[in-house]
Design a protein around this ligand. Structure first.
Ligand SMILES: [Zn+2]
Length: 286
């Protein structure tokens, strides 16, 4: 990754975000009541949101309380940041906190910043065989057995369409990639149910963190958050993929329910193959 990466609920957003990919189709049920918590209501909220996800060009973005320079920065930069956000997500570039912008900002997403996009398809590993493990943390109610099944499937999503192989090792063994669930008590990147779902570290750190307080599920509906879809997105990040803003890419930063049979979307297949090569030579049909 949904952050490229890779999600948005509901058919309404189909009209809001451009996409060239027609292979995978998101589940088009109504949006769950679980995710209707409004985080961004005001311009001040939007400013904080845009700063969090990398749109703030100001150096002092992390100051908790406004200073003169921060206020000036906010007044000057908010419209620009909103335009950048709208352009990034295929929305009309009005520079205003429109209803469509608010709706997207209040959609659960990946914790990896949108900007800058320097790491987009930047190859970070020189090998194709990886080990991974799931480490002790705060496990959600989905349970360890289903969690491991879902994560294995996520690795397989990438392995099926590339030269990559992944081997699970025990928790105490050294691994290239390691995953864990935690919550806002132990990780300031998280914020309770909804909002930020998970994030990944880039380059060869190989770390993926999931917010344990999300309603994780193995089901493919939009009542809860499907773990496989989010894990596949985050694995995409640790393999070197940045966010992709097509509606039907698993690397879209926003959570989009997809069907199991639509994994892996075509855009993502091309991106992973560009980094590591296809599973079979082109002459064999891939
Ligand atoms: Zn992401």
């Amino acid at each position: 990754m949904k952050t490229n990466a890779l999600y948005i609920f509901g058919i309404l957003l189909l009209n809001l975000i451009n996409s060239r990919n027609t292979l995978a189709k998101p589940v088009q049920n109504s949006r769950s009541k679980r995710f209707t918590t409004s985080v961004v209501k005001s311009e001040r909220d939007a400013y904080g949101y845009l700063a969090k996800y990398g749109y703030n060009p100001c150096e002092n973005e992390s100051k908790p309380n406004g200073t003169n320079s921060e206020t000036f920065c906010r007044q000057v930069a908010l419209k620009t940041m909103l335009k950048d956000f709208q352009a990034q997500n295929g929305l009309p570039k009005t520079g205003t906190l429109s209803a469509s912008v608010k709706k997207l900002m209040n959609t659960p997403r990946c914790g990896v910043r949108d900007m800058p996009r320097a790491f987009k398809t930047a190859k970070s590993w020189t090998k194709t065989c990886f080990t991974w493990n799931l480490r002790n943390g705060t496990l959600p109610s989905l349970g360890l057995t289903k969690i491991r099944q879902q994560i294995r499937q996520s690795f397989q999503d990438w392995a099926t369409h590339s030269l990559l192989t992944f081997k699970e090792v025990s928790e105490n063994e050294k691994a290239d990639l390691y995953l864990a669930f935690t919550n806002q008590n132990n990780d300031s990147n998280f914020d309770g149910p909804g909002k930020t779902l998970a994030y990944a570290s880039f380059l060869t750190v190989g770390e993926i963190r999931f917010d344990a307080t999300e309603p994780w599920t193995e089901k493919y509906d939009d009542d809860d958050i499907n773990l496989r879809l989010v894990a596949t997105h985050q694995i995409g990040h640790v393999l070197g993929l940045g966010h992709s803003y097509g509606l039907l890419s698993i690397m879209n930063p926003y959570y989009l329910p997809m069907r199991s049979e639509d994994m892996l979307p075509e855009d993502d297949r091309h991106d992973i193959q560009a980094l590591y090569g296809p599973r079979f030579p082109p002459s064999s049909g891939e």
